[in-house]
Design a protein around this ligand. Structure first.
Ligand SMILES: [Zn+2]
Length: 295
């Protein structure tokens, strides 16, 4: 147990520093985002102080996936995903496919993704998105690694494509689930996992999710910050810069526990057990820490 490190903890106000009653896995942390470049060691130390002991770094394109792998090599308790986000699907070509296949062969890479469909913004055309997603479903089948999926306003097409591939892929998680009941039950029928972020802490747009959290099977639920995005709106103090970070994950777990009507510690233990099994992470001590490791 590491005490909160006041020396470089000038970002998180005292009121926001909480420690989860059980170790947590943040299954979606975009720590290769430029906003973390200046103080990553402090961010990792604060996560550890909050009992957020394992972080899955999201790799949304080749560059970020390679950076995530490098960080996972450097710090115990960090792992990476490698994929091409639907926004960048237009870049998909044989060279990129080759690079992704190589990344999926690395032991630090524990999932294929972030990949999927986003028909909300269509930064790449739907046809380009489907092509890149289809190829990555193939890579997931090839490597046997689980999928880390992004879906926005594309639930129906996502379900159709996953239905076709369901017998060939292993597990898959819909990260940052924000959709409706019908979509949730469609995903349940496909035996998918569901990742919840601080979206349901948002009183303006999280209402429908609050009613749905109890309908996610306990052994299919995982938690994530999706930091630096989606700063929860249930925090009792203002945060300079409004950058979300893994140390704030316990606030999301508290909120989910409240809406599920269950104990925070029990929820923390359950989501962690699910995440360790889903990403096939070593249980207990992840790796022997070396001297320079901060996390
Ligand atoms: Zn996403």
């Amino acid at each position: 147990m590491v005490a909160p490190t006041d020396t470089f903890d000038d970002v998180l106000p005292e009121a926001l520093r909480v420690t989860s009653p059980a170790p947590l896995v943040d299954i979606g942390a975009n720590l290769t985002h430029e906003s973390f470049a200046r103080d990553l060691p402090a961010v990792l130390a604060r996560a550890r102080a909050a009992n957020v002991t394992t972080l899955i770094l999201t790799g949304t394109d080749r560059e970020h996936a390679e950076q995530a792998v490098a960080l996972a090599r450097e710090h115990a308790g960090l792992f990476a995903t490698a994929g091409v986000h639907p926004h960048d699907a237009s870049q998909w070509d044989p060279a990129l496919e080759h690079a992704m296949r190589e990344l999926h062969g690395q032991s630090e890479v524990v999932a294929v993704g972030e990949c999927g469909l986003d028909f909300n913004r269509n930064f790449s055309t739907p046809a380009e998105q489907e092509r890149a997603f289809e190829a990555q479903l193939g890579l997931a089948a090839e490597s046997g690694k689980p999928l880390f999926l992004h879906e926005r306003d594309a639930g129906r097409r996502m379900r159709e494509m996953l239905h076709t591939w369901r017998d060939d892929i292993s597990d898959a998680v819909i990260h940052c689930f924000t959709a409706d009941r019908e979509t949730l039950y469609g995903y349940r029928d496909l035996d998918l996992h569901i990742g919840l972020t601080g979206w349901l802490c948002d009183e303006r747009r999280g209402h429908h999710l609050r009613e749905l959290v109890g309908e996610i099977p306990m052994d299919r639920l995982m938690v994530e910050t999706d930091c630096p995005y989606l700063l929860p709106r249930n925090l009792p103090a203002k945060l300079k810069g409004r950058r979300h970070e893994p140390a704030l994950l316990p606030w999301i777990v508290k909120e989910i526990a409240h809406w599920r009507g269950m104990d925070e510690a029990a929820l923390a233990r359950a989501t962690t057990a699910t995440a360790l099994a889903f990403f096939r992470l070593p249980t207990g001590e992840t790796r022997p820490a070396t001297e320079h490791e901060e996390f």
